[in-house]
Ligand binder design. Sequence first.
Ligand SMILES: Cc1cc2nc3c(=O)[nH]c(=O)nc-3n(C[C@H](O)[C@H](O)[C@H](O)COP(=O)(O)OP(=O)(O)OC[C@H]3O[C@@H](n4cnc5c(N)ncnc54)[C@H](O)[C@@H]3O)c2cc1C
Length: 387
Amino acid sequence: MRRVLIVGASIAGPALAWWLHRYSFEVTVVERAPALRQGGYKIDIRGAALDVVERMGLKDRLTGLETDMRFMSFVNSAGRRLVDVRADLFMGRGEADLEVMRGDLSQLLYDETRATVDYRFGDTIVELDPATGAVSFEHAEPETFDLVIGADGLHSTVRRLAFGGDVVHDLDHLVAIATVPNHLELDRWELIYSVPGRTVNLYSTGRSADAKVLFLFGADQKYAGRELEILNTTFRGAGWETDRLLDAVAVSDDFYFDTVSQVHLDRYAVDRVGLVGDAAYCPSFASGQGTSLALVGAYVLAGELSRSEPAHAFATYEQLMRPYVERNLKLGRDNLGRMISKSPLQSWVGAMVLRVLPKLPMKDALVAKMTQPIHDAARAIELPVYS
Ligand SMILES: Cc1cc2nc3c(=O)[nH]c(=O)nc-3n(C[C@H](O)[C@H](O)[C@H](O)COP(=O)(O)OP(=O)(O)OC[C@H]3O[C@@H](n4cnc5c(N)ncnc54)[C@H](O)[C@@H]3O)c2cc1C
C-alpha cells in the first residue's frame, strides 16, 4: 500500500504529503486550480497544531511569517474609531499561538514538498472506485492508486464520489475575502465595521503591504455564479468604506467566496478512500480552527498509515480525531453568534465590553475565562508519537 493520490493542494493536502513522504509513500497531489491558490485571511495555528508544526521543523519559519497584528478597532459609518482593542486580547490568542496568512502557510507547505511529491495542477478527478482505488481524471489518463485521500475542502469531490449523502450543514452565512489596496494605510491594524447581520473587516500587515477585506453576512445559500452581485446588493451603500472596498474586490485577483458551513460525517474513510481537513470535518470559518484541524488530521492520518494496514489505520485515525473534531465543530457554531451582531444594541454592548475590559483589575482572569473554550478545543487531542 504505497501509492497515494491526494486531491487538493491547500493546507491539508501538502501537510499530508509531507508526512506520507517521510514514511516512504509515493505521493501524487492533484489540484484543480492552475497553480497554488494564494489569498485568504489570516489564520491561527493553535494547541495541538503547534506541536505538529514543531514536529515538522517548521515552527521557526512560521514564527518569521507571523502577522504581528497590534490592534483592532471598531469603526462607525463615518469611519470614527469607537474602541481600540489589543489584537491578541480580541482574538483570544495564547502566547504560543501563531497567526499567519493562509497563503503563506500553503506556500511554505508546498515549497517543503514540491521536490519529493508529484504535484499536478489544473486537473481533478471525475470518477473513483473506492474498492479498487481506480481513478479517472478530467485531463490525465486513468490510474489506480493504493489509497486516495480527499483534501479538497468543504465541497469535496472525493467525498461526493466515495461517500455520497448530504453532509454539509450550512450556518446560513456567506463569507467573501479578497486582497485590496491598503488605501487607509493600516499598519498591523484591523478595522471592523458592523451593522446588524453584516460585518466588514479590513486589515493590513504593514503600511506598504496590500490589505485584506472580509465580508461576513447572513444569507440564504444559493449564490452560484452571483457572488459579486450578492455582495453588492448586501453591502453597497452600507456606510464606512464599503463602496470603495466593493469596487476593489470587483478587480481583485484572489477573490474567495463561500458558505459558512460545517461537515458532519459519521465516518472519515470508506475502503481505500479517506478524507482529511475541511473535506472530512470542516468546522467552518467561524471556528478559527479549520487550519489547525487540517494540520493535526494530516499528522494523525499519515502516522496511522505508517503503522498499520489502511482499514485499521483509518479506524484509529477517526477514533483519535473524533472528540477533537466535535469540540471544534461546537466552537464554530458558538463563535458565529458572537462574530455578527443581530441588532444595534448587541453591537453597542459588544463594543462597550471591549472598551471597559482592558481597564478592569481582573481583566486577565476574565479574558482567560472567555477564551478558555478556544484553548480547550485546540488541545482536545493527545497526539501520538510516530517514529
Ligand atoms: C483561496 C482560499 C482562501 C481561504 N481563506 C480562508 C480564510 O481567510 N479564513 C479561513 O478560516 N479559511 C480560509 N480558507 C479555508 C481554509 O484554508 C481551510 O478551512 C483550512 O485551512 C483547511 O484546509 P483544507 O486544505 O482542508 O481545505 P481548503 O483550504 O478548502 O483547500 C481545498 C483545496 O482543494 C482544492 N480542490 C477543491 N476541489 C477540488 C477538486 N475537485 N479537485 C482538485 N482540487 C480541488 C481547492 O482548490 C483547494 O486548493 C481558504 C481556502 C482557500 C482555498
